[in-house]
Design a protein around this ligand. Structure first.
Ligand SMILES: Cc1cc2nc3c(=O)[nH]c(=O)nc-3n(C[C@H](O)[C@H](O)[C@H](O)COP(=O)(O)OP(=O)(O)OC[C@H]3O[C@@H](n4cnc5c(N)ncnc54)[C@H](O)[C@@H]3O)c2cc1C
Length: 522
């Protein structure tokens, strides 16, 4: 985490940045006098903390929210919001380069205005920061404290010299980028999600270490802005969690974007020389050195558990997996719960949100909601996007479930053809012999939007038989899901039924022979 003084590495005259700061960490803020006792003290004001604080206060609880840096946490400041903003512009540049395919002419060269891209992103971030603002919290009745929280005992936390006593507390301290231990990396300097959005100049050559979602999204965006990108991934594949055909489609898209992907490749040394960085790579038995202007690391996340004095509160934790919680999100101290990246394997904004809602119900209202009952989709916002929900085939097999899969290529979907967005597929897995959806993977330009329909069906217990009856507007890319349901329906037609129907229709048109009685199937 960058210290607060390094808050924003742009001209202080930026109106957008001044608005953001005013919203999420106003200058001269004075913490309130603590209440005698809080129903809920929330540590960390990222998505999980904000959702819990607002929800609990709306239900009448006395709530304190403690944030050491910026309200909104990673998602607003250095995660989803800035990344999706620049990805939007990068897609536009990619489309402009292929304008002639759409019958459009772009006069002259397409010149990327990187400072303008980043300025647009800052404007969006400032606008969205209004929803996470101090003002909204205080209007909702939440006591907002800026400072680093630290447990002093099992039912008290200290911040900025004040002691806050609580009936219940929630730890929502999030996560930070993992720094790979590569000799010379720290000395040479590198980018993470915490400082890449402060760039005012486009790196001409960028090495991305790590082929996970963060590395893939930003690699493609920066490539489309004009950076020469190399992705180094020490595994034999990237997006290791996704199905292979999905990752392969992305691999092909990266090749079209001119991104160099080096799999099975380790970064073994970095040194700064003459204004550039020389990076030694080892790919199986082959050694090479690449020269780049900047290095972005995307090698995973580490939960923020240090400095909280969790021992004093009797809360068990692990430096890698974070706060130890049970299925009700309760820690080893029954008064204290956790939510979001600090304790979850699935580190997403929507899981931070959903887990915070579980905590409010379980901690304050004797709820028994389980984390394991959630159906969690996710999406990697590359082009095409890769979205998933539920089980992968390998997971279903591990659970001894037989799977039948219905796949619709996007090039069979009229709207995808009309949009020139034919790359990808919708793949829905059902339990063999039933229409129960076990999981789905969608690779498509708008897969993140499309997966929501499948998630809804799974949560509502709606199988493919019902999806067959859902009329989808024509032409939409979501029709691919309807087509998968149609394919399921067709698979129900047994040879016996087909035979019966054939004979029935033949009889209706007067028959192929002399018989005038309705047919039997035999
Ligand atoms: C580049 C990038 C892109 C992403 N894109 C997406 C996306 O498109 N979709 C998606 O779903 N997810 C995305 N994510 C993940 C998402 O940002 C996180 O899962 C989400 O922000 C987690 O929320 P949280 O509340 O658990 O933690 P955070 O947002 O990390 O908030 C934790 C807060 O706790 C504060 N804190 C920590 N320790 C203390 C302490 N001792 N005292 C007081 N305060 C403390 C921190 O300052 C921070 O503000 C992305 C992440 C990155 C890095």
């Amino acid at each position: 985490m960058l210290p607060p003084d390094d808050f924003i590495n742009v001209a202080p005259s930026s109106v957008a940045e001044r608005e953001r700061r005013e919203n999420i960490h106003p200058e001269g803020w004075r913490n309130p006098a603590p209440a005698v006792c809080y129903n809920l003290v929330v540590i960390g004001a990222g998505t999980a903390g904000l959702v819990a604080a607002h929800a609990a206060a709306a239900l009448g609880a006395k709530v304190a929210l403690i944030e050491r840096h910026l309200l909104g946490g990673d998602c607003l400041n250095v995660g989803c919001v800035p990344s999706k903003s620049i990805i939007r512009t990068s897609r536009l540049y990619a489309e402009m380069r292929h304008a002639t395919q759409y019958g459009a002419q772009i006069p002259g060269d397409i010149r990327v205005d990187f400072p303008a891209v980043m300025q647009r992103m800052r404007g969006i971030r400032a606008r969205i920061s209004r929803a996470d603002s101090v003002r909204r919290l205080t209007e909702a009745g939440v006591d907002v404290f800026f400072g680093t929280a630290c447990f002093s005992e099992a039912a008290a936390v200290t911040v900025d010299g004040a002691t806050l006593r609580f009936k219940k507390a929630m730890i929502a301290t999030g996560s930070r980028p993992d720094t790979p231990s590569i000799p010379g990396l720290v000395e040479a300097g590198f980018l993470t999600n915490e400082n890449i959005f402060d760039l005012t100049e486009l790196p001409r050559r960028l090495l991305v270490i790590g082929g996970g979602p963060l590395g893939c999204e930003l690699a493609q965006a920066f490539s489309r802005f004009g950076s020469k990108i190399i992705i180094a991934q020490d595994w034999p594949l990237f997006l290791p969690r996704e199905e292979r055909d999905a990752a392969q489609i992305l691999s092909d898209a990266f090749a079209r974007d001119g991104i160099e992907v080096r799999l099975n490749t380790r970064v073994v040394n970095v040194r700064a020389e003459g204004g550039q960085k020389l990076v030694d790579l080892v790919s199986e038995d082959h050694e090479s050195t690449v020269e780049v202007d900047a290095i972005l690391t995307g090698t995973g996340r580490v939960p923020n558990v240090d400095g909280l004095n969790l021992e004093a509160a009797g809360v068990e934790y692990d430096d890698t997996d974070g706060i130890r919680v049970d299925d009700f999100l309760q820690t080893t101290n029954p008064r204290i719960y956790a939510a979001g990246d600090a304790c979850l394997e699935d580190k997403f904004t929507h899981t931070a949100d959903a887990s915070a809602r579980i905590v409010v119900r379980n901690a304050l209202f004797l709820g028994r909601q389980r984390l394991s009952a959630l159906t969690i989709p996710w999406c990697t916002y590359t082009d095409p996007e890769i979205a998933h929900v539920g089980l992968y085939v390998r997971q279903a097999h591990n659970q001894d479930l037989s799977v039948k899969t219905f796949t619709i290529p996007m090039h069979d979907v009229d709207r995808a053809i009309a949009d020139g967005e034919e790359t990808g597929f919708v793949k829905i897995h059902v339990k063999e012999g039933t229409d129960r959806i076990l999981g789905a993977t969608i690779v498509a330009r708008h897969a993140g939007e499309m997966i929501n329909e499948v998630t809804l069906a799974m949560v509502a217990g709606t199988g493919l038989r019902t999806l067959v009856r859902v009329i989808h507007s024509y032409p939409t890319q979501g029709e691919a899901i309807k087509k998968a349901a149609d394919a399921y329906n067709r698979s129900r037609l047994t040879p016996f039924m087909k035979n019966l129907m054939r004979k029935w229709l033949s009889w209706q048109r007067g028959g192929d022979g002399p018989s005038q009685t309705p047919p039997s199937a035999t």
